[in-house]
Structure formats: C-alpha cells, structure tokens
Design a protein around this ligand. Structure first.
Ligand code: FRU
Length: 562
C-alpha cells in the first residue's frame, strides 16, 4: 500500500527542466513537453515584464500573458497551464537585457515542467475568514450572483503574478459567504482585450435566448479602447462562452467600463449602468443584447477627485418608513476622504430611464470611512431580497506594495445594505451579513489574530489593540462630535508606502452604543452595530495584537471558528 502511494506521488510530482533556445538579446523560445500539465514560471516581482506567447499546434497564439520572469532571484513561481501550447515564445522588455547575458537570467535555472503546483499557504498575513486568491493578484469583485444555494464571486485576477496585470475573471464559490472554494478561471483575455470588471445576472426570463436561467456576464474588454462584451454560461457560472457579436456596447469615451446589469420591474427592461468618464450612463434592453442609451448622471454631483468606476444600482428600504429609495453606488479613485480610492453613493429615484438624486449636488456620501474598501458591488439574485455587498480590501495607492507575495489582496467580509434617515438626508446602512454571526465561537480572554470584538460603548471611548513589539492601533469614539476614528500610524509595517500610515475618521449619525470589530491577521473592520458607521483598514503588525485596553466601554472577545 505504502509503495503504491509513493509510486503515485513520484509520478505526479515529477518535474523536468526546460531547455531554453536563446535567439537574440531579448528573445528566447522554449519547446513545451506536452506530457506535463504546467510550466512553472519563476517570478521576480521587481523585474520588468516579459511577454510570454503560447504558440499552439496550429502555430496560432491565443494566450500572451506578461510575466515578470526572474532576472536576479526568484520571489515565487506561477503555473502556466500547458493546455494547447507547444512552444513558448518569450520577449524580454527590460533595460537589463544586454547581449549574451540573457542566458544567465535566474529564470532558466528553475523554469520547470510539472504536473503539480503547490498552493499551500506560505503567508502569515493570509486571512482566516476573508476571501483571498490562492495565489496571484486580485482587485475588484466581479459578476457576483447567487443561485441554487451557491454564492459566486468572480474577481479581477492576475494568474501570473501578485502585481496588477493580465486581467482575467478568477472564480470562487461558497455556500455560506465565508468558506470559498477556488474554481478555474472563468473568463480569460481574447483578441478584443483583457477582461476588466463587470457583472452577471441570472436570466430567469430567457431574455437573451441562451436558455432559462442561463448566467449572462457583462464585462469590459480592455485594449486600445474600452468596450463592453458579453458571455453566457449554461452550467451555473462554471464556464462561459463568449457572444459572437462582441463587443456589444461601444463609445468614444476613453474611461468606459464596469457594466452592472439589473432588472427593472416597472418598465420590464434590463438596465445597465456603467462608468463613462466623470458620469454614470444608463442603457436599457429587452434582450440583454441590444441596448438603448437612456441617460447619464453625475457631472455636477458628489466627488470628482478621480475616475468614476464600478457602479451599482439597487432599491433599498428606508428603515422604519416602509419607503424604498434607489441608491447609485459610484466607486472613485482617487478622491476618497483619506486619499486614494473609496465608495461614494447617491440616494434618489430611478424610473427606468433616469436617476434623480435627492441631495444637493455638493453633498458627498461615503459607504465606508476606512482606506481599504473599494469596488464595492452587490450580488445579483440574492435570496430574501437581500442586498449583500463585498468590497476589495485595499487601496490603489499601495495595493501593489503591501507586504505579501503569494497573494495580493483579499476581500471585505460580506455586508448587508439598507438605508436610514438622519435629518434631511438618507444614508446607507452597512451591517455585517448574518453569516458572520454563525462564525462566533467561544468568548475568550485574549485577542487573537482572527476574532470578533463586541464593545458596549458608554459615552466617549478609547480602545487600543497592541502587541509586545510596541505596535498598536487606537480607536476613539468622541461622544460630543459623534465621530469614530482609527489610528494605524503605529500599527506595524507602514514602510512600503507613505500613504499607508493614516488616521481615518467617520461620522456615527447619532450616539454610538455598540461596536463590532472584526480582526483577521492584516485587516480591521469596525462597524457600529446599528449599521450607521463602517470603517475598513489594513494593518501589518510584526506579531499579532494580543493586548486590549478599553476606556469608556466593555469588551467581549469572540473566537472566530471557521
Ligand atoms: C477598479 C478598476 C476598474 C477596472 C478594473 C481593472 O479598481 O480600475 O474600473 O475595470 O479595476 O482591473
């Protein structure tokens, strides 16, 4: 028995060295051994990109990822699936290539054919209960939808390194919004472009003609221009076929992207909202294929300190009123209240043609007052009329520099949205999704690196998380001003970016009575228990925070058991 297992292991873990053929001062070809599943590519993060063309049997090239192949040393490996490939045609673009040196590059010594790729976690900052990619770079959540007991999360993904590049839709699925299973990439780059952000809907009416309950994905094809393309899935979102008439929506506006689709019941139409420069545009369609421009919103409204991106639209109940209002989500980068990106929103009415904001143009509202909460969008087709959102937990100011290698970065916990009134204005309520309560384990005496803190607040409060290396995060509630703040200037490693060490401050819209704080290795998410304040910040302590001091409140610590 033991011998058989050992033999199987040997057969599957066998590797073979590649034999590079150097063709010039920046050009190498590698013949692929098709008996293997992968070529393991050695990556040096700060090397320049090489373009790796995968040439197939028919001498055609369908894949051309950019990979930072190692020149001096190896930071980590990424697997290139061999699939249809016969030859790799590699062009180096960096300055450091000079005649004769190319063959000495570190990548050749360790570039291997292999049947396996080891994805065991090697990162101490990898979250316990937040979604993160097994390896590689991740930004925006994309195409999220719920169907048949499964929550699908696609995401902007680089499978060939932990810096932004080669945009692809990665894919994970969960039955409870907490335990995520990694699935193969869902949508990959093609001749029209790389695959930027977008959304999915469940076509319950078979409007598009791909079958009842087909999953329809809309995404931005990014190349010289940004255009909107469509793909459909008849296996519940596992695999997608691209529509033959792509791109479907075009424009001469350079920043034209991130389509979010929803069904508008009163007009019986599909609506897409997408970011177009400094405004959001609305189009309608009866069949998800032909779109009519309806209107645009936003030129004079809210914050314009950066590019408008990743819109969302949803109709939400206003607490205690029996009323419903529409909320237009508008992610913006930069322009956020503490630098870099943030999620702003507008509240008003939508009649299927036009969004009318009920606030004055100068009013700006933020969904989360931390620095690391972006590209927030909701799941389509969520059960019980829920509006569940997930954000990308980072900031473009330093997302490519945060101190992790195997993966960068993770998502926020899931949150349910509603609206509440405060004076003349209506704001977005943000509550940790009920699935988070199921994770609460025993009450414990000491902080751990994956726990939930519940603080009953009495008047003004000060709370410090600390460790034996003198690193700390201080949170304060000022009862007079009704503001909550989080200071991460001494939280640990802040050295990778000048924009990281910050204090973030939020209004609490009334007295803060109870706080819920979720800690998970490198993130802190603080919520007013009534949902009137949310703040998401990353931290990189050298050792976990185990010390807790609270003045003006009573703390309960719960283990989080995944
Ligand atoms: C937002 C964003 C989107 C775009 C994507 C590209 O973070 O810039 O507008 O589709 O990232 O990865």
């Amino acid at each position: 028995m033991t011998t058989i297992v050992a033999a199987v292991l040997m057969a599957t873990s066998a590797q073979a060295q590649v034999q590079p053929r150097v063709l010039g001062d920046n050009h190498v070809m590698v013949s692929i051994d098709t008996n293997y599943k992968y070529v393991l590519l050695p990556v040096e993060e700060r090397a320049e990109n090489a373009s790796v063309r995968v040439i197939g049997k028919d001498n055609q090239s369908y894949r051309r990822p950019n990979v930072r192949l190692s020149v001096d040393h190896i930071d980590y490996y990424v697997p290139l699936e061999i699939k249809d490939g016969q030859t790799l045609d590699i062009i180096f673009h960096g300055d450091r290539r000079t005649k004769g040196v190319l063959k000495e590059f570190a990548c050749w010594k360790e570039m291997k054919f292999s049947n396996t790729f080891d994805t065991s976690n090697v990162e101490r900052f990898r979250p316990e209960y937040h979604h993160s990619p097994v390896y590689g770079w991740m930004n925006d959540p994309n195409g999220m939808f719920y169907k048949d007991g499964e929550w699908h999360l696609y995401f902007q993904y680089n499978p060939f390194g932990s810096l932004w590049e080669n945009m692809t839709w990665g894919h994970s699925v969960s039955k409870d919004l907490i335990h995520w299973e990694a699935l193969p990439n869902a949508i990959e780059a093609d001749a029209i472009g790389t695959i930027f952000s977008g959304s999915c809907v469940v076509d319950t009416r078979n409007s598009a003609g791909f079958g009842k309950n087909a999953i329809i994905a809309y995404y931005t094809s990014a190349a010289e221009a940004q255009t909107q393309s469509m793909a459909y899935s008849t296996d519940g979102g596992r695999t997608f076929t691209k529509y033959e008439k792509n791109p479907v929506i075009t424009s001469d506006i350079p920043d034209f992207r991130d389509p979010k689709i929803f069904w508008h019941e009163p007009t019986q139409k599909w609506i897409v909202v997408l970011a177009a420069g400094q405004e959001m545009q609305f189009y309608s369609s009866p069949n998800l294929k032909e779109w009519t421009f309806e209107s645009s919103f936003g030129r004079e409204y809210g914050n314009h300190g950066g590019v408008w991106e990743c819109p969302d639209m949803m109709q939400l109940p206003v607490r205690g009123t029996g009323q419903q209002k529409w909320m237009l989500v508008c992610n913006i980068n930069p322009g956020g209240p503490f630098g870099g990106n943030a999620t702003q929103y507008f509240v008003g009415q939508f009649d299927g043609h036009k969004f009318t904001c009920e606030s004055k143009p100068e009013v700006t509202k933020w969904m989360d007052y931390g620095k690391d909460h972006y590209a927030t969008v909701s799941f389509s087709n969520a059960p019980e009329n829920r509006h569940v959102v997930i954000a990308w937990m980072s900031n473009w100011q330093y997302a490519n520099q945060v101190p992790t290698h195997q993966f960068r970065s993770s998502n926020s916990i899931p949150r349910d949205l509603d609206l509440f009134a405060d004076g003349e204005e209506t704001y977005c309520g943000v509550i940790p999704s009920k699935e988070m309560l199921a994770l609460r384990g025993n009450k414990v005496k000491k902080l751990t690196d994956a726990c939930e803190l519940v603080i009953d607040v009495r008047g003004s409060m000060e709370l410090t998380l600390g460790n034996a290396n003198g690193e700390e995060v201080t949170m304060r509630y000022d009862a007079q001003q009704q503001t909550f703040s989080m200071d991460r200037t001494k939280s640990g490693d802040c050295s990778f970016s000048e924009a990281f060490a910050t204090v973030t401050t939020a209004p609490t819209h009334g007295a803060l009575k109870q706080l819920r704080i979720f800690i998970d290795r490198c993130s802190i998410e603080a919520f007013a228990a009534d949902g009137k304040m949310a703040m998401t910040n990353l931290v990189f302590p050298s050792i976990p925070y185990t010390m807790l001091k609270v003045k003006g409140g009573k703390a309960t610590i719960y283990e989080i058991v995944k």
